[in-house]
Ligand binder design. Structure first.
Ligand code: RUQ
Ligand code: CUA
Length: 659
């Protein structure tokens, strides 16, 4: 290795071991902090004051999206997305169950990876945040007016959606790609029952572009058929490179077993440079072909009182680079590249070659020139491979071991995480010289600068999203929260300010100035606009209706009682739907609803909202229900009873409050 030794020389020999497949435990040496009092002052947000930035941190295998205030690192909210959340009934209430519909049925869990804020003119705009699901390929869109998941779309013809959900500069598209290739038949990309060792012959990947309407509705506009590599991460071009997206790939070896060795053989893998604007034109002209591609689109229907709907879409357009020219080019890139990041000027494309000893930085202008000159060194499945030396802006030397992800401060500097040597390395985008490095604890994956992957970064703070926590907090047994670290990047030298724990595994995060989001906040839903089919607009309309074995309870809540709060005439074997409308019209006055023995969750109903709990009583007797959210001094009084009689009883439905 032609690398000058850096301060922690022992790490380089450790690296050799890691490359052989052992897990690095990071470094526990010399953290050089400035004075802690200085650092404390920089992150201190006094009681009653607000943080300067919102941070949206992926929950990883908890499937949700964590919201943090920065610089304080305070965990202020968790938005349920891909996993059922008993805390509010997300995925348990009848209104939200359809959000979990997929072609594999009801999938109550997801592995969330990369949140990405919507952008306008290359700048974060505070409308939505998207996040991908890796396991059952999906993308979610979350509204930043009520911090709720609005839509989840499934990605067809895909296995493992990792390179997602990155947006184009005007949120024209969010992208997706197959992390795993699977056998796909030649005509219709259907998964085939073939031997795994027919990988090279049968396995393929796809890149997907999901169109986002002005209102945010998502639809799969087209997919591009790709060679059977593993597509890892992505980012869209911007400025001069607007109209292009870049996807890293690894496993150009096309191995199907023991990938840690067999997919690490080639010196270089590829970045796929996709001309999405051209692809979109092809799609608009009806080029390519429509093939079967069943997938669900689930969305909250605000016209219908916030009830989620599922629609099944049966076909998808696929474009084939063997038939359509100029769609995709491969950029050779050392070595098993993970992250791919485009600088704010849109001129440079940096790759985190996790097994590479340098950071390769490609030049968009040179890529264009090489395409024009047909300066190709080969092809893969009809896709031209450009000449590495012709497209390279340069290589960053000594970038630390195991470079993964890069973000930018908008002042000409790039910051790259080095997983194995547990550090952040700052380098100059023009000279490619390393300018500074700082140890982090331990093993950072992604990093985040608010706006750091847009054209307008707020280059004040950087958050390192560390994978290994070990000794940073009071021990909590074998399982620990991941550790994030806030670093001041406003000066020449990076300065570590704060450690804070994060829930799940925040792969990626996004940050945005608080004022872009906080002024659009909903404080409650207008009860008069509630168009839920089972809304109860006032206490006078509260009632219980039997229809065969089905019972609908139209129930209201207001501090501090339910209407009705006494219900009789329910029978064992009934299917009871409690449609609970919260009549409050005030900020932060949810009521809860829980009934003894229910086999799902509670409901947490926001002011002006209606949610429904399904309950199937199994035993005769009198069953209490109560409010779970401490809503007033008389919250403990907010309760009621349901009388359940045997299936053959002739007790009639009756109900009331205060009688
Ligand atoms: S990927 S660091 Cu989804 Cu880098 Cu986790
Ligand atoms: Cu309503 Cu407590």
């Amino acid at each position: 290795m032609m690398i000058k030794l850096i301060k922690k020389s022992w790490l380089w020999s450790l690296a050799a071991i890691v490359l052989l497949g052992f897990i690095s435990m990071g470094c526990s040496s010399n953290g050089e902090f400035g004075s802690s009092a200085d650092a404390a002052e920089k992150v201190y947000v006094a009681p009653g004051e607000y943080d300067e930035f919102y941070g949206f941190f992926s929950g990883g295998y908890n499937g949700q999206l964590g919201v943090y205030g920065l610089p304080s690192g305070r965990h202020i909210f968790t938005i349920p997305v891909f996993s059922q959340a008993a805390v509010s009934g997300w995925g348990y209430s009848e209104e939200t169950k359809p959000m979990f519909q997929t072609t594999d049925g009801f999938v109550p869990w997801g592995d969330a990876h990369h949140p990405e804020l919507s952008q306008t003119n290359g700048e974060t705009d505070g409308r939505w945040v998207f996040i991908n699901e890796n396991n059952t390929p999906r993308i979610a869109r979350i509204g930043l007016d009520d911090f709720k998941t609005q839509e989840i779309i499934e990605i067809p013809n895909s296995a493992g959606n990792h390179a997602s959900s990155f947006v184009t500069p005007n949120t024209e598209y969010v992208s997706a790609a197959t992390r795993f290739s699977v056998p796909m038949d030649e005509e219709e990309l259907q998964n085939m029952d073939v031997s795994i060792d027919s990988y090279k012959e049968n396995f393929h990947g796809t890149l997907s572009f999901i169109k986002v309407s002005d209102e945010g509705a998502m639809s799969v506009d087209f997919q591009i058929r790709m060679p059977g590599f593993n597509y890892d991460l992505s980012h869209a071009g911007k400025g001069p490179s607007d109209g292009w997206s870049f996807f890293t790939s690894y496993n150009s070896e096309q191995a199907h077993t023991l990938l840690e060795i067999n997919a690490s053989k080639n010196d270089k893998d590829y970045i796929a440079a996709v001309n999405w604007r051209k692809a979109a034109e092809y799609a608009a002209e009806g080029r390519g072909k429509m093939i079967p591609g069943e997938h669900y689109r689930n969305y909250i229907d605000h016209e219908e009182g916030g009830v989620a709907k599922s629609e099944l879409i049966e076909e998808v357009r696929v474009l084939d680079p063997r038939e359509l020219e100029g769609l995709v080019y491969f950029l050779p890139t050392p070595k098993s590249p993970h992250g791919v990041d485009v600088d704010p000027s849109g001129r440079y494309i940096a790759a985190g070659g996790k097994l590479s000893t340098v950071i390769p930085v490609h030049s968009f202008a040179k890529i264009q020139q090489a395409i024009e000159d047909e300066d190709f060194e080969g092809e893969e499945m009809g896709i031209p491979v450009l000449n590495y030396n012709s497209i390279l802006h340069g290589e960053v030397q000594n970038p630390g071991l195991g470079p993964l992800h890069t973000e930018f401060d908008g002042k000409g500097n790039a910051y790259t995480t080095a997983f194995i040597s547990s550090e952040i390395v700052k380098w100059d985008l023009e000279t490619l010289e390393v300018e500074d490095r700082i140890d982090v604890y331990y093993s950072p994956g992604h990093l985040m600068i608010p706006g750091g992957d847009s054209q307008k970064p707020d280059g004040k703070y950087l958050v390192a999203l560390n994978k290994i926590t070990k000794d940073r907090y009071l021990p909590t047994g074998p399982e620990m929260f991941h550790s994030a670290q806030l670093i001041d990047i406003s000066g020449d030298k990076m300065e570590l300010l704060l450690d804070f724990p994060t829930e799940g595994e925040p792969h990626y995060a996004q940050g945005i100035a608080a004022e872009k989001v906080m002024d659009n906040q909903k404080r409650f839903y207008e009860i008069a606009d509630n168009a839920h089919p089972y809304v109860t607009q006032g206490e006078k309309e509260a009632r219980v209706e039997r229809d065969g074995n089905t019972v609908h309870v139209y129930m209201t809540t207001i501090r501090s009682h339910y209407a009705p709060d006494n219900i009789e005439g329910i029978k064992v074997g009934d299917e009871v739907y409690f449609h609970v409308t919260n009549l409050e019209q005030d900020w932060d006055v949810p009521h809860g609803f829980a009934v003894k023995g229910a086999n799902n969750a509670e409901l947490l109903i926001m002011p002006g909202e209606t949610l429904t709990l399904k309950w199937e009583p199994k035993k005769a007797g009198v069953v209490p229900f109560y409010c779970t959210d401490f809503c007033s001094a008389l919250h403990q009084e907010m309760s009621g009873y349901v009388r359940v009689s045997p299936a053959d009883s002739d007790v009639e439905i009756s109900y009331g409050t205060g009688q």
